[in-house]
Design a protein around this ligand. Sequence first.
Ligand code: FAD
Length: 323
Amino acid sequence: MSRKVLVLGEVRDGSLRNVSFEAVAAGKTIAEGGEVVGVLIGKTVSALGEELIQYGADRVVVVEDDKLEQYTSDGFSQAFMAIVEQENPEGIIFGHTALGKDLSPRIASKLSTGLISDSTSIEEAGGNLVFTRPIYSGKAFEKKIVTDGVIFATIRPNNIAALEKDDSKSGDVSSLSVDIKDLRTIIKEVVRKASEGVDLSEAKVIIAGGRGVKSTEGFNPLQELADVLGGAVGASRGACDADYCDYSLQIGQTGKVVTPDLYIACGISGAIQHLAGMSNSKVIVAINKDPEANIFNVADYGIVGDLFEVVPMLTEEFKKLKV
Ligand code: FAD
């Protein structure tokens, strides 16, 4: 059965986030030969429509308004619902990001439809589209099918591969004029606490520090390794609670959920709440002084040692490989 699927392109600092392209790929799977319509919402975002098309969208609908410069669930839901009314889709895909997690339940409730959140894969099996999502903090996976209504899902970043970009592809990028009613919340200023650089939730390589880093300065060798590998620095809640770093770096049950290709845990004991945020990483390396640390139970490679000796050694070796 072919479907029309709306895919939300997420814009940050004037660029589309990678999860937008992964969402287009997921949208293609759900469309089953039907149409994938990219959606862009913001102040001036229409120039990004072409890129969504090059990653596989058939066309793009844009809603632009000064009131949409910053994300608010109020403004974005008005814009998205106007597109839903125009397009009448049978499927909707968002990234499982802070924005997607905030907006999707609101849209699902307006549409009186269900929502499969945090999907890590979507496959066709036995005539059904089967969505897989982690449950119990990643200890188990459940599989879901939708039997009725709009198929609405959010996808976890870094799990569903984006399609190859086709620079020669073009398509229609159209504007929809929407009268955005006065917003109940107005964002005056956004203050970034996290360090500029690779986005943690989309990073392919993460070097994470725990209480074992012992201080804010203790994160410096981790940052150096991250820089050499083109990765991002993350943290356990232990490190955040100890004020060694900002909570925006926290990974785990009450922090960010990440799925990088490589996760290097430095001085992290491996509490279940931390594992909930990183245990689905493709390759896990643990560096810990304590050979009994629980983190070694999920690690593919374990190094028993002092992180302040091991991490700089790794950085030097990776530097040599890059030359
Ligand atoms: P510790 O458990 O103190 O471990 C430090 C580790 O560093 C030890 O294993 C030690 O051997 C090692 N170490 C020390 N020095 C060195 C050295 N020089 N070289 C190498 N290794 C060294 N935690 C999260 O991370 N994320 C969450 O989202 C989260 N959510 C939570 C939600 C709830 C409701 C609760 C109750 C807890 C939550 N926690 C979370 C906290 C979690 O239970 C742990 O307390 C926390 O993960 C511990 O952080 P840590 O591993 O950095 O510290």
